[in-house]
Write a protein that binds this ligand. Structure first.
Ligand SMILES: Nc1ncnc2c1ncn2[C@@H]1O[C@H](COP(=O)(O)OP(=O)(O)OP(=O)(O)O)[C@@H](O)[C@H]1O
Length: 248
């Protein structure tokens, strides 16, 4: 059914008037947007603006106050989506006393992903030389890549990646963005958060967030030309000033 033409044309993610309250305070204020299938969407914004909360809502682990989140045609968090959505949290969730390969074998069996996926994902994130190292002895960047590799098991249709390139050197970051593009070209949809503006230019579309709201939603080129800015950092600052001006 998921391959019917109607389903293929439907966005991978549809968010409508999403409101989330955390710690007694509304932290997402009625977000509405779509994510087309086979695209990379970047979530950008300052620390605390709500990126992680939004990602948690997409994977269905966040209690929402109101609004709807539809993922691959079903309500976010539905049991049927479990193996179709991959999520890499900002804090790696791996077993410290298991090796990289053992962690992946364990998660592959939990997710009922093919065993052959273990070698594939180790290769995709470039961890071949660390495969037999225990997670406790990995560097921060290697740990992040192990976490990312777990999200890639089972070839999910939607990948939600919370700051997957934090702590990586520019070469590795470039390689991972190359991988993200390959995955999107093969039909996967990726939602990737980042603090780094130069990464934003590698996405198909950007959601710029601030204080729980969407400041702008468009292509990197569109945002640059709309603001007349030469780079995305400047475009972002321009949009903040523009919004502040319109609310005073
Ligand atoms: N468990 C919690 N209880 C109460 N408030 C929370 C909780 N988690 C997050 N918040 C608040 O929700 C808001 C959004 O946080 P969130 O983690 O989604 O931001 P973020 O954009 O992902 O930040 P960062 O880039 O630093 O990871 C912040 O004001 C934060 O303080």
């Amino acid at each position: 059914m998921s391959s019917s033409p109607e389903r293929a044309a439907e966005p991978a993610v549809q968010v409508r008037d999403l409101r989330v309250v955390r710690g007694g305070r509304e932290v997402l204020h009625g977000l509405t947007f779509d994510v087309p299938r086979g695209s990379i969407i970047g979530l950008l914004g300052p620390s605390g603006c709500g990126k992680t909360t939004l990602m948690r809502a997409l994977v269905g682990v966040q209690i929402v106050r109101s609004g709807t989140v539809t993922v691959l045609g079903d309500a976010a968090g539905s049991a049927g989506l479990r193996r179709r959505v991959g999520y890499a949290t900002q804090t790696p969730a791996v077993y410290a006393d298991l090796t990289v390969a053992e962690n992946l074998r364990y998660f592959a069996s939990v997710l009922r992903a093919p065993r052959s996926d273990v070698a594939r994902v180790i290769d995709e994130v470039g961890l071949g030389r660390s495969r037999d190292q225990t997670a406790a002895t990995l560097s921060g960047g290697q740990l992040n890549r192990t976490n990312l590799a777990i999200a890639l098991l089972g070839t999910p249709e939607l990948l939600v990646l919370d700051e997957p390139t934090v702590g990586l050197d520019p070469v590795l970051r470039q390689e991972l963005w190359g991988l993200f593009r390959e995955l999107a070209d093969r039909g996967a949809t990726l939602v990737v958060s980042s603090h780094v503006m130069d990464e934003a230019g590698r996405t198909d579309r950007l959601l710029l967030m601030r204080e729980g709201a969407i400041l702008a939603d468009g292509t990197p080129d569109g945002l640059r030309s709309r603001t007349g800015a030469s780079d995305l950092e400047e475009a972002f600052l321009h949009l903040i000033t523009e919004t502040a001006g319109s609310t005073t």
